[in-house]
Design a protein around this ligand. Structure first.
Ligand code: NAD
Length: 248
């Protein structure tokens, strides 16, 4: 039997990149998966098709996680369609980069809205279901930037640092209910989020990374699947870096 057989997972922002890889990795481990996307329903449905070919149930849900009502409606729909979610991966995230002096309030608000209010909206809806089931795994996708800061990313760094603080706090609050809460902190990963980084900057990043290359979405997903597994039952409130040694 696969380790996550019978479990239902929700991955936010799962139509591409790290979220897509997480959805596939959890399905590979035996979970049924709710695949959330903000706009690209066709891409989310493709992910579902791949999952159903693995023999697991999967359904796509279009919802903007920064909007409380949309998050609420999504969680209700998943409960009716698939059952109670016991694995949540808070992956959806955006960047709106500018040096702090040039950063507008709307760039600040937009990033906080998705990267921090999103996890609030979805987790707040789901943690009650996990308590009912008596078992849960929450994995928050933070970033190396939340640990080190980064030029031009005051808004993003605040959200990723905040997500680490949220992880530790919620971990303490729900530890005795059978729920673990952890974070995965990727370094530079090859996805749409990093595709517009100038080549010279990428060379600098590689030079600063002991492993000497960017990471792959699947390498982040493997860490997420581990933290979601029964084998990770005594790990909570932790940040697992997947960064090629860039920050240690
Ligand atoms: P990506 O841009 O390919 O994926 C982000 C996903 O989130 C997209 O599918 C997008 O549609 C979705 N999304 C955005 N806003 C949303 C909303 N309001 N509601 C629902 N979904 C929404 O980027 P990625 O690299 O796969 O990023 C995934 C996560 O990993 C993000 O939280 C990001 O901050 C984090 N991360 C990425 C890197 C990297 O180098 N790529 C490094 C560290 C952390």
């Amino acid at each position: 039997m696969k380790p996550l057989q019978g479990k239902i997972a929700l991955v936010t922002g799962a139509s591409r990149g790290i979220g897509r890889a997480c959805a596939l990795a959890l399905a590979e481990a035996g979970a049924d998966v709710a695949v959330n996307c903000r706009s690209n329903l066709a891409a989310a449905q493709e992910v579902c098709l791949l999952i159903s070919k693995m023999g697991q149930r999967a359904q796509a849900y279009q919802a903007d996680v920064s909007r409380e009502e949309e998050a609420h409606n999504m969680v209700e729909a998943i409960r009716q369609d698939l059952g109670p979610v016991s694995i949540l991966v808070n992956n959806a995230g955006i960047t709106r980069d500018k040096t702090f002096i040039k950063m507008t309030k709307s760039m600040w608000d937009e990033v906080l809205g998705v990267n921090l209010n999103g996890p609030f909206n979805v987790t707040h809806e789901l943690v009650g279901q996990m308590i009912e089931v008596g078992w849960g795994r929450i994995v928050n996708i933070t970033s190396i930037v939340g640990q080190t800061g980064n030029f031009g990313q005051a808004n993003y760094a605040v959200t990723k640092g905040g997500l680490i603080a949220f992880t530790m706090t919620l971990a303490r609050e729900v530890a005795r209910k059978g729920i673990t809460v952890n974070a995965v902190a990727p370094g530079f990963i090859e996805t749409d989020m990093t595709k517009d980084v100038p080549p010279a900057t990428l060379e600098q990043v590689k030079a600063m990374t002991p492993i000497g290359r960017l990471g792959k979405a699947e390498e982040v997903a493997a860490a997420v699947a581990f933290l979601a597994s029964p084998q990770a039952s005594y790990i909570t409130g932790q940040v697992l870096p997947v960064n090629g040694g860039m920050y240690m």
